[in-house]
Design a protein around this ligand. Structure first.
Ligand SMILES: *[C@@H]1O[C@H](CO)[C@@H](O)[C@H](O)[C@H]1NC(C)=O
Length: 616
């Protein structure tokens, strides 16, 4: 616009009109809605999960914080094989962004001491070929090792980068915060007999070991590859019966899949004891070196020969019960199909029992029993599983100690649930040296009874993440509102013109003009007319008009019309004669006007949205 030397207060009023126009108001509303959907929802969700908000430990406690992530299941060509471009790429972009943002907020705000994944890191991981194998499905045969590597980088970018940004050590974990993504899911490996050995070896090489025991927060965390173990007792989807192989070639192949896991299980108690001993020696400096010297080495070795094959290194027996066992399995343990999952589940009330190609909803009773038996039922306090995508919290009444199991929700919003989530686990279990090494004290009486596993050392919190679908619905509503408002505005705009044009001819006041009597009406009416005017092309005369219609008497209609003529031309792009027709005959002009208002709103909004996406 050209500066007018005769600029006056009414000119400013005109500018004010332009800035506080309806499109501007819509843009501002959009800014608020977009900030809410792209920023505040994430912050708010995570704020509700802060540890102090829900933990209840004694004040002196220094709990260990664990973040459990289940089924991120990165969307890939396997997820929606028939989705056309660009929808397919958009789905990938939006789910990745959601995961990245939520995870970054979780790591930034919660700073978990350990981050553990419960499997199904990928959706089609099992399909991407290796040097020695390719997908059994024709449509995935073209995806090979390089594709898998890309997916591996994608996962690392998303989940390792923001984890690494935090300090490496924390108060509860001075030796370093941990991140473990080694638990495989059926989408990473396949299920039971469906697992291809090279695919399994590759996962093990990059994420493994798949079976492991770690001491985390004074608890024994057992990662167990139950998708492989399931080959030991697989449900036949056709007959519904379960049973190990019959010595056939297929049975031999499947035994190669489950045997290592079963061997790990059989040796689990030893491994756990070793891990506990190692943790005590390195972290707590137990048994204190002086303490061990108090005992006569000969006496100790004589007492220990039965268990310790190396008599030169006598070590006190450790009681694993003081470090309650927490089992992580991708597939939930067996329960009846009607076992209620509690109120936090979204779909239905229980996990249905079903099995099919490359999946099985729960482990078989035989495998569940096998696992619990080898880990000592009394020492297991919690089981965490994934796979189901929805939440489920049950108590296993079939095992002693009524072990609790929580099936963790998927973290992705593309996995069939409205509110994705992660599981927060707070551990507080101050162990006493005497209890861990019951025989290393002064009294060497035969304390045969196993020490009871401490109770209530675990507190759980379901941490819900933003409702992405709800955000999109809000955007759609906002779009509807925008179109509606601009349409009404276009109609009003036309009606106003039509009416004044008519009144000009007939010299008869019509409704919109009658409204002008009210001073407030003058404002609203003129603003409705004015705010649409194109800033770039509008002439100064209409500025003056904008001011005058406010300041001068609304009854001076003839002047009003004359003043308005100028900007009418710009807005409508119509010759004078046509403008004088009734509004419904001005359809092309109306469409043009509507399109222009839409563009006025759309451009700033789209740019702001792109910026929001770009920067986070
Ligand atoms: C683990 O036990 C040690 C020794 O009692 C204690 O200092 C530490 O705070 C405990 N940590 C947790 C997370 O319970």
């Amino acid at each position: 616009m050209k500066p007018n030397p005769g600029i006056n207060s009414s000119t400013f009023a005109g500018i004010k009109h332009r800035i506080w126009s309806l499109p501007t108001a819509l843009v501002l509303l959009w800014v608020v809605v977009l900030l809410w959907g792209e920023r505040f929802t994430y912050g708010n969700s995570v704020k509700r999960c802060l540890w102090q908000q829900w933990e209840s430990w004694p004040t002196h406690a220094q709990p260990h914080h664990v973040l459990l992530v289940a089924d991120p299941q990165l969307v890939d060509p396997h997820t929606y094989p028939d989705r056309p471009w660009p929808l397919s790429d958009l789905t990938v972009a939006y789910t990745d962004r959601y995961l990245r943002r939520s995870y970054r907020h979780l790591q930034d705000k919660l700073r978990p001491d350990a981050t553990l994944f419960l499997g199904d890191l990928f959706d089609g991981g099992r399909e991407w070929g290796t040097v020695d194998s390719s997908s059994p499905e024709e449509r995935y045969k073209k995806y090979g090792t390089s594709f898998w590597m890309k997916e591996y980088m994608r996962f690392s970018d998303m989940f390792l980068r923001s984890w690494y940004k935090g300090r490496l050590a924390s108060r509860a974990e001075p030796e370093g915060r941990r991140i473990l993504a080694s638990l495989p899911g059926n989408h990473d490996l396949g299920f039971a007999a469906g697992i291809q050995q090279p695919v399994k070896e590759r996962f093990d090489a990059y994420f493994g070991p798949m079976n492991r025991i770690d001491i985390i927060g004074n608890h024994s965390f057992v990662h167990l590859d139950t998708v492989s173990l399931s080959a030991m007792d697989q449900i036949d989807p056709e007959t519904g019966s379960s049973g190990a192989g019959d010595g056939s070639a297929a049975a031999t192949a499947s035994s190669k899949i489950w045997t290592p896991v079963e061997e790990f299980l059989q040796n689990a108690k030893n491994t756990r004891d070793k891990a506990i001993r190692h943790a005590c020696e390195t972290r707590f400096n137990w048994p204190a070196s002086g303490h061990r010297d108090l005992l006569d080495p000969n006496v100790r070795s004589a007492a220990d020969t039965s268990e310790d094959p190396n008599p030169r290194q006598p070590r006190p027996k450790v009681s694993s019960s003081q470090f309650p066992t927490i089992l992580l399995s991708h597939v939930p343990l067996f329960r009846s199909g009607t076992t209620s999952c509690g109120p936090n589940r979204e779909r239905g009330t229980s996990i249905p029992l079903s099995a099919g190609y490359q999946y099985q909803n729960v482990l078989t009773p035989l495998i569940s029993q096998d696992i619990v038996k080898h880990l000592t039922a009394e020492e297991i306090t919690m089981i965490y599983s994934g796979d189901d995508h929805d939440y489920c919290e049950i108590e296993h009444s079939e095992f002693t100690g009524r072990i609790r199991e929580i099936t963790v929700k998927s973290m992705s919003w593309a996995m069939g649930i409205r509110l994705p989530a992660v599981q927060l686990v707070s551990l507080w279990n101050p162990v006493a040296q005497d209890a861990v090494f019951p025989n290393s004290g002064d009294d060497n009486d035969d304390t045969t009874g196993r020490q009871a596993t401490p109770r209530d050392t675990v507190q759980n919190h379901l941490c819900l993440l933003p409702d992405q679908l709800g955000v999109f619905i809000r955007y759609a509503q906002m779009l509807g509102l925008t179109v509606l408002v601009l349409m009404v505005r276009t109609l009003l705009h036309g009606r106003g013109r039509g009416a004044t044009a008519q009144s000009d001819q007939k010299s008869e006041p019509l409704l919109p003009i009658a409204r002008d009597v009210d001073p407030a009406g003058v404002q609203s009416c003129s603003s409705v007319r004015k705010d649409d005017e194109n800033v770039a092309t509008r002439k100064m005369g209409s500025y003056a008009h904008g001011g005058r219609s406010r300041s001068s008497s609304p009854w001076k209609k003839p002047r009003f019309m004359k003043d308005g003529d100028d900007d009418d031309e710009d807005d409508w792009g119509m010759p004078q004669s046509k403008r004088r027709l009734r509004p419904h005959l001005n359809r092309p002009g109306k469409l043009r006007f509507f399109g222009k208002s839409m563009r006025q709103v759309a451009w700033p909004v789209i740019l702001f949205y792109i910026w929001l996406i770009w920067t986070g």
